[in-house]
Design a protein around this ligand. Sequence first.
Ligand code: THU
Length: 160
Amino acid sequence: MKKREIISVLTDYNSSAELENIYEELINNAKKAAEKAYAPYSKFKVGSAVLLENGIIIQGNNQENAAYPSGLCAERVAIFYANAQYPDKSIKAIAVAAFTDNGFTKDPIPPCGSCLQVMLESEKRSNTSIKVFLYGQNKITSAESIKQFLPVNFNSEMLL
Ligand code: THU
């Protein structure tokens, strides 16, 4: 028997002012997107913003449905739209923010497992790392790659 310890590296910032301007702008786009979410059932409005290699920023937000499973998370709305419009442009970074009746969440919201899996596919597809910025009023949590959140993952290499 051999145990393996898996270490993920995350960085917390006190404010977006500590980040490069482009990432601060990306977070502001995610916050703007959150306020436009369609979340009448959960009232949990999530916004996401994706930065492409050509500098374009794409916003997405959660789109809910009376038939609950038909809805989609903010991150996947943004990523699928980016991939549909710019299939040959890699994704450099993604920001996420969540807004409730009490305003933006105090702590950052980690993406769900399905969204992480889709982000991982984008990394594999373009063979680049995607930086992650999760906004909370108290702190912003950042990672250099989706792999920090999904260190053990199923991916295209396993289909070979
Ligand atoms: N949601 C997202 O948009 N992104 C996440 O990473 C987690 C959850 C949405 C799905 C649903 O519309 C609402 O938040 C409550 O789960």
